[in-house]
Ligand binder design. Structure first.
Ligand code: PGA
Length: 240
């Protein structure tokens, strides 16, 4: 199971020390081989976090990347080569908070192609808004996001997909179990060889309910991942 921590725009240099607890926990955790942990901090912390996690089996990823493979005059942007250079192994692409600022499925596709070429592993986010859900467009939206986002990508196998309904992110609301089961199956039918995760308000209180949906390959965790104790609880409860 994957446990991916998305720190979003949170954390200063001292926040990296909060990982001590997680490192200690995972060292003595009997099922550590089953849990793949990836931390995606803001760009400013990728370097220090990679150093901190050096001799552990916890990896580091970025929350976004630029679509250009090489250096260029793109003020405020960071490319995959630069991310790799400071220790990132993964990159989240297509998060709804980035899509909101105008990122199209086509641009996401370019970013995914570049990330794969650069040797970063992709965590590809898809999900519908509440408006789209109410109009019963969920499947249509997901199909388009997958079709365009993964267009012309030959080796899709290593891509981790995170289903994150936009209305679930940061709201405390999670989908009903049967709805989630069906949506994950819908994605799995299209992407038979990919790991499919769920993201949106995952926390220690609802993790048992989520774990009862047994077609999930892990979680993308925002708010709760910033508190080590909560993050550890989520992992522990998953293997109870
Ligand atoms: P959340 O965020 O867990 O705080 O809802 C999830 C995400 O945005 O990846």
């Amino acid at each position: 199971m994957y446990f991916i921590a998305n720190w979003k725009m949170f954390g200063g240099i001292n926040s990296v020390n909060s990982l001590d607890k997680v490192i200690k926990f995972i060292k003595s955790f009997k099922k550590k081989k089953l849990a793949k942990i990836i931390y995606c901090p803001p760009h400013t912390l990728i370097d220090s976090m990679s150093k901190k996690l050096k001799n552990t089996n916890i990896s580091v990823g970025s929350q976004n990347c630029h679509e250009h493979e090489s250096y260029g005059p793109f003020t405020g942007s960071v490319n995959c080569k630069m991310l790799k250079n400071v220790g990132a192994k993964y990159v989240i692409i297509g998060h709804s908070e980035v899509r909101q600022s105008g990122e199209s499925n086509k641009l996401i596709n370019q970013k995914i192609q570049t990330a794969i070429k650069s040797g970063l592993k992709v965590i590809f986010c898809v999900g519908e808004t509440i408006h789209q859900r109410k109009k019963k467009l969920t499947k249509k939206i997901l199909s388009t996001q997958i079709k365009v986002g993964l267009n012309k990508i030959k080796n899709k196998k290593g891509i981790i997909v995170a289903y994150e309904p936009v209305w679930s992110i940061g709201t405390g609301i999670i989908p009903k179990p049967l709805d989630l089961l069906n949506t994950i199956n819908f994605i799995k039918k299209r992407l038979k060889n990919n790991k499919i995760l769920y993201g949106g308000s995952v926390n220690p209180k609802n993790i048992n309910q989520l774990n009862s949906i047994n077609n999930l390959d892990g979680y993308l965790i925002g708010g709760a991942s910033q508190v080590s104790k909560k993050f550890i609880d989520i992992i522990k409860k998953t293997y109870n």
